[in-house]
Design a binder for this molecule. Structure first.
Ligand code: NAD
Length: 437
């Protein structure tokens, strides 16, 4: 099949490369010439494990190419995926659909023959209807079906998630569009990935419901963690105790500094707005959004408390800036609020991240960047683990202690055992455990 992918970011590039790997003929389009230039030169514009090799392989097999020119990519395609960004709209938090609609207008001018236009971007209920209206108004002659196919991949594990998904959700309003979509995903039948074919609105809402549920699960265990700290319980053991119940499940029960990233914050907010617009507010998700917002800043206060009540004039070393390991994505990362809180308190911040520094630089002011974990900790009064990169899981604690000005470890991901840290002479503060020293 011929596929055009409009938007070659985290989702578009991974999906495009994986579709090509299934044997389809894929053109990835992006209107950012720098991205396309990099891709044509074999450089990945994002960090995602395994992506470079997958892209190189499919380019070599001539199944994958890149362009800034949407028209020839769309002409003759069987399916055109819209994978552009849908960030929070400034001011009201509703999803900004301007990129999606702009792409739809361009696609309308370029389609030839029967084409299914698919929104892969996360879009609020009813967006598919509007995409269809835009295309039919611009090109009443065009033979077009409009489908929804939300993407569930996780950054850092994106290729595996795309190739072995828990499920594929296809929202279509007619059989012809649904049949094309099933053909696109046919190679995955071999992996027995369940395909759920629904109406378009149902598919659109399914994505938001999934993300809101996961964000709720994280926020729930984070609040239980706070209670654990007060009552002398251990949140990791509570999480294990509840997670082994199959009805609950152990995933997304890791207490931490609050969820961040390019999806949960904006998608929970967009769902809240949609529900309010339809006069059926989802109070649980409203609360999740506000609890999580406050939590990130509260993490800075936790560091201040560990430093004895003030960080003024002190050096705080931060390990990890990205919202999770194995990505360079800095969008809505908890580190941004934590650093702001620490700087407001008068701290000097030194940070290290294995992949995120380049993306972090434009978002942060007054931060010094280190080349590795040990140089980051050198001379620091307090060390904070913000992101659980593998490189931070087995640090040489005795070495860190000799490098630091004061041996204080705030472990916002519970990577270290409090007993171990204390044994090595650290004052240790984790999440959902009683501080030890
Ligand atoms: P991104 O910002 O990394 O990529 C979007 C790309 O689209 C950019 O490269 C941009 O230059 C390009 N673009 C914008 N308008 C264009 C146009 N008219 N023509 C061509 N290119 C255009 O965003 P992303 O993280 O890939 O997210 C895309 C969508 O997928 C969002 O709706 C997001 O919510 C959803 N999603 C993201 C993830 C994730 O983990 N990142 C997971 C599931 C779903």
């Amino acid at each position: 099949m011929r596929i055009a992918m409009i938007g070659s970011g985290y989702v578009g590039l991974v999906s495009g490369a994986c579709f090509a790997d299934f044997g389809h003929d894929v053109v990835c389009v992006d209107n950012d010439p720098k991205k396309i230039e990099a891709l044509e030169a074999g450089r990945m514009p994002i960090y995602e494990p395994g992506l470079e090799a997958l892209v190189a392989d499919n380019v070599r097999q001539k199944r994958l190419s890149f362009t800034t020119d949407l028209k020839p990519a769309v002409a003759g395609a069987d399916a055109v995926f819209i994978a552009v960004g849908t960030p929070s709209r400034r001011g009201d938090g509703f999803a900004d659909l301007s990129y999606v609609y702009a792409a739809a207008r361009e696609i309308a001018q370029a389609v030839t023959g029967y084409t299914v236009v698919v929104t892969k971007s996360t879009v609020p209920v009813g967006t598919g209807d509007e995409v269809e209206r835009i295309i039919r108004e611009a090109r009443p002659d065009a033979e077009v079906g409009v489908a929804s196919n939300p993407e569930f991949l996780r950054e850092g594990a994106a290729i595996g998630d795309f190739k072995r998904p828990d499920r594929i959700v296809i929202g279509a309003e007619d059989e012809r569009a649904a049949a094309v979509m099933q053909e696109v995903y046919r190679p995955l039948y071999l992996n027995a990935a369940p395909i759920i074919v629904t109406g378009r609105r149902t598919a659109e809402l399914t994505k938001y419901a999934a993300n809101a549920f996961l964000a709720t699960k994280i926020t729930f265990i984070n609040e239980i963690a706070d209670l654990c700290e007060r009552v002398g319980a251990n949140v990791q053991e509570v999480a294990r105790g509840i997670g082994l119940d199959n009805r609950i499940g152990s995933k997304f029960l890791h207490a931490g500094p609050g969820y961040g990233g390019s999806c949960f914050p904006k998608d929970t907010l967009a769902l809240v707005k949609t529900a309010q617009d339809y006069a059926t507010p989802i109070r649980i998700v409203e609360t999740v959004v506000s609890v999580n917002d406050q939590r990130k800043r509260a993490m800075a206060r936790k560091v201040v408390a560990a430093a004895g009540g003030s960080v003024r004039g002190k050096t705080v070393a931060l390990l990890g800036l990205t919202f999770k390991p194995d990505t360079d994505d800095m969008r809505d990362a908890p580190s941004l609020s934590i650093i702001a809180g620490l700087q407001d308190g008068g701290a000097k911040v030194v940070a290290y991240d294995p992949e995120g520094i380049e993306q972090a630089r434009p978002l942060l002011e007054g931060v010094t960047y280190a080349d590795d974990a040990y140089s980051c900790a050198s001379g620091a009064d307090i060390l904070v683990i913000v992101t659980e990169w593998s490189a931070f899981r087995a640090l040489d604690l005795p070495r860190l202690k000799t490098l630091m000005n004061a041996p204080v470890l705030v472990d916002l991901r519970n990577v270290y055992s409090p007993t171990d840290a204390v044994k090595h002479g650290f004052q240790y503060v984790g999440i959902g455990t009683t501080p030890s020293n």
